[in-house]
Design a protein around this ligand. Sequence first.
Ligand code: UN1
Length: 504
Amino acid sequence: MTAIAAEARRILADLGVPETRFAGGTLPVRSPITGEAIGAVAEASADDVPDAVGRAQAAFLRWRLVPAPRRGELVRLLGEELRAAKGALGRLVTLEVGKVVSEGLGEVQEMIDICDFAVGLSRQIGGLVLPSERPDHRLAEQWHPAGVVGIISAFNFPVAVWSWNAALALVCGDAVVWKPSEKAPLTALAVDALYRRAAARFGADAPDGLATVLVGGRAVGEALVDDPRVPVVSATGSTRMGRAVGERLARRFGKAILELGGNNASIVTPSADLDLTLRAVAFAAMGTAGQRCTTLRRLIVHADVYDALVPRLAGVYRAITVGSPVAGDALVGPLIDGDAFAAMEAALAAARAAGGTVHGGGRVEVEGEGAFYARPALVEMPGQVGPVMEETFAPILYVLRYRDLDEAIALQNGVPQGLSSSIFGSDLREVERYLSVQGSDCGIANVNMGPSGAEIGGAFGGEKDTGGGRESGSDAWKGYMRRQTNAINYGRSLPLAQGVRFEV
Ligand code: UN1
C-alpha cells in the first residue's frame, strides 16, 4: 500500500470509521494527488433509500419535540468534534480531493464556523407578530421544522456543504439524509463518524437515523429526490444536475435549495488598487485549482489599466507553483481527474479558435500518468464568446477589455449563471452603482476582493442558472422550515376580514 493510501486509512480508523466501510467495497476512491486507489467504499443502491428515509422520518418525529436550544447542543458537540479533528479531517480532504493543506483545513474551519452559527441560531429561530386589522385579534407567524432534508453535495467542498445544510437543518428540528459525491465518499464517512461521536455524547434524545450518509450513484440521488417523505432537497453541483433535481422536485412540489454553476466575474476599474487586485485575482482564479463554484472565471478590465495589470498577471500565472499538496508548499494542486483536465484542454482549444490568446495552460508532470496537474491559464479574449459563456471547472481566467462601466456590468451579467461577482475600485460612485439595482445581478457582489472565499455568516447562493437557493448564514435557515401563519381571536365577537358580513 502506498503512503497516501496508508495515511488515509489511518485517519479513517482513528476517527472511528469501521474498515468495512472504506475497504473491500465496490466504489473505488482515487487520490487526485497521485491517481492511486486509496479506498473502496461499500455502495448503497436505490433500494436502500426508502429504508434510510423511513428511519430519518421516524427520527424527525421525535427530534421535532426536542426544544430548539437543546437541539443546538447536539450541533455544539459536533462543532467540538470537528475542532478536535480539524487536522485529521483537513488532511483527509487534501488526500481525497487534492486541496492544498491550508484549504483542506479551511474547509473544516468553515464547518466549525457554521456549527457555531447554528448554535446561536437555535435560540433565535422566531417568527413575526403582525398587526391584525381586527380588534382583539393577534396575527403571527411561526416556523416549524420541514421534515427530512436530502443533501446532495459535490467533490470540491466534500464536507463543508453538508455542514452548511445539516447544522441549520438539525437546529431547525429536521433529520438529514446525505448523498455525498461519488468522488469523495471517504471524507463523508469521516464526518459521519464524527457526527456519531457527537450524538453518542448528546444521548438518547438524538434518535438513530437523524443524520444518515448514503454513498451511491445517480440512482440513489434520484430515489432521494423522488421520495415524497423528503420535503426539502439541497443540491450542490452542475447546472445540468440541478435542473434534473429541480424538475423532479417540482413535479411533487418538493422544495429545492439549489447551488449550481457559477461563471463569476470581477470588474477592474481605473481607480482600482492594482497590487491588491493582483493578489485577489490570483487567489480567486487559481485557488483550489479553479474548482470552486465561486472561482473567478472572467476578468473585465478597463482599457486604461489593462496594460498595467494584465502583463503582470500573466507573470504571476507563469510563476505560480503547481504541485503535490503533500510534498512542498505549492499553491495549486491537482485537478480532480483526467476528465477535468480534458475539459480544460477542450475549453482552451475553443478559446483559441475564438481568437483568444492563451498564457499558460497544459499538463504539468508531477506524480506520473494517473494524476492531472495543470498550469493555470490566463486567456485574453476579443469578446464574450464560446467557452467564456460556460463554467469549466478548471483554472482558466478569461480577460476582457471595457471602456464604460455600464458596458462592463452588461458583460458581467451577460452569462446564464449568477453566483458571485466583484468590483475593484475606490471611486464611490462606480462602486455603489455596481452594487445598485443597475449593477451586479449575482447572489454575491463583493468590493475590493475576489468573488470566492465567502464567510458563512452571509447567505450563500446565486441567481439564474445558479439555481436561486441560499445556504449558510443570514436567514437561510428558513429554507429548512415551514412557515405557519396564525390568526388568533381573543375577543367575544367574530369580525371578518375585509369587512365581510355573514350573520346567521
Ligand atoms: C463551492 O465551491 O461549492 O465562497 C462553495 C467560497 C466557499 C464555498 C464555495 N466558502 O468560495
